[in-house]
Design a protein around this ligand. Structure first.
Ligand SMILES: Cc1ncc(COP(=O)(O)O)c(C=O)c1O
Length: 400
């Protein structure tokens, strides 16, 4: 008898809902509101082409060699300067360049979690983070930040780290308020628990001024050495294909992450780092932002107006003030969102069911709807299809 070669155990423990909605991208005519993708029209293609050409021609040593594990020194300095604030003095040693924000999540799992240890995670939680940490075998302590009586000290005590997306959470689109940011930082300082501030949507504020980062709230005036670990990325601000992200943290944390990155990809693409440096230095990221905000604000409004018209009797939601998602909770618990995903596909629409944002896969009461990828007419048609699918799903549930 031939014995089969084996895989690690965590691989067999995957969720077929995720596979279903990833495969949905291939269905012709489908209106896909499941992903978290930017609209390609926001990418400044001619400017990025010029930056890419200049990076190779003028800086081949940066663009084509292996880069330092920590990132190009000039880019680390640029990021330190961009994120420094009146009381927050960041230096090169506070910054690690990563291959997207995803790599930062992966590295954090490697340096912080042994099997069975606790991650306190804002609930519902970003699917990519749950995927990144699955091989580490953590236990989760859900943090429902909006629940009355939420106690940050109790939530953080004994956890290896706390994971939050304070600006327009993926999946809920919720903004964590200033008082709660302060309370989380104070709890991290009191308990000695790392507090991860994952911030891909921090530039996507559609109404109102940006709130202070927890990183800045944790600053004490001198060189930064606090418990907040800030994760940034160029993916939503410029283009995800560059695969450039960054961690800003205490030097001790940066050193630990560098050790993990050495065994992961050795360095982030020097070409992408050089393009990023020049995009920041030339003001390109700041120049493209107003048009991106106007585009996404109009799409958010179109989606929410269509939801009001077609889904108002079936779901509850809050209009998000930024980011990429609306989180809609079914009024009738009989409306199962895993089932709605499948029925929706047969009606030509795809949204993401809440079960994938729950480490246990149990929450079937809500859906995440993306509004950044489709133009308003398609969003309206997508919502119309979703309403038909939801009524069919509910009728099925009642008939059983
Ligand atoms: C909350 C959150 N964290 C991290 C990421 C990772 O993004 P990237 O690897 O493209 O930087 C995403 C992407 O959608 C996200 O939503």
């Amino acid at each position: 008898m031939v014995k089969r070669p084996a895989f690690a155990r965590w691989l067999s423990d995957s969720n077929d809902v995720t596979r279903t909605f990833l495969a949905a991208g291939q269905i012709p005519g489908l209106i896909n509101m499941a992903g978290g993708l930017p609209d390609p029209s926001t990418w400044p293609v001619p400017e990025l082409t010029a930056l890419a050409r200049a990076a190779v021609a003028d800086h081949p040593g940066d663009a084509l060699a292996y880069a330092p594990i920590e990132g190009l020194p000039a880019l680390r300095d640029m990021i330190a300067a961009r994120f420094s604030a009146p009381d927050l003095a960041l230096e090169r040693k506070n910054v690690l360049v990563t291959t997207g924000g995803m790599q930062a999540l992966d590295l954090l799992g490697k340096v912080l979690v042994d099997p069975g240890q606790v991650i306190a995670a804002q609930s519902p939680a970003y699917l990519g983070a749950l995927d990144a940490w699955k091989p580490r075998g953590p236990r989760y302590r859900p943090m429902r930040l909006e629940a009355s009586g939420f106690d940050p000290v109790a939530a953080l005590t004994g956890a290896q780290f706390a994971y939050t997306v304070p600006n327009f959470s993926n999946p809920t689109g919720r903004l964590v308020g200033l008082d709660q940011r302060r309370a989380l930082v104070a709890a991290a300082q009191a308990t000695g628990t790392w507090l991860v501030e994952d911030d891909p949507y921090g530039t996507l504020y559609y109404d109102g001024a940006p709130l202070p980062r927890m990183l800045a709230l944790a600053a004490s005036g001198g060189s930064y050495d606090g418990p907040v670990v800030y994760l940034g990325t160029l993916s939503k601000e410029l283009a995800p294909g560059l695969r450039v992200g960054w961690v800003i943290a205490s030097p001790e944390m940066i050193e630990a992450l560098v050790t993990a990155k050495q065994g992961s990809d050795m360095s982030t693409s020097g070409l992408s780092q050089r393009i990023t440096l020049d995009a920041f230095a030339s003001g390109l990221t700041d120049r493209v932002l107003p048009a991106t905000l106007a585009l996404y604000r109009a799409r958010r409004d179109a989606l929410c107006a269509a939801m009001e018209e077609h889904l108002g009797d079936l779901f509850d939601w809050e209009v998000p003030t930024g980011g990429m998602f609306v989180w809609a909770t079914a009024r009738d618990p009989a409306l199962d969102m895993d089932r709605l995903l499948r029925v929706g596909l047969s009606h030509g629409v795809c949204v993401t069911p809440s079960s994938v944002f729950d480490p246990e896969g149990r929450n079937r009461s809500a859906v995440r709807i993306n509004f950044t990828l489709n133009e308003p007419g398609r969003l309206v048609e997508g919502v119309r299809r979703l309403a038909v699918a939801a009524r069919a799903t509910l009728a099925e549930a009642v008939a059983v």
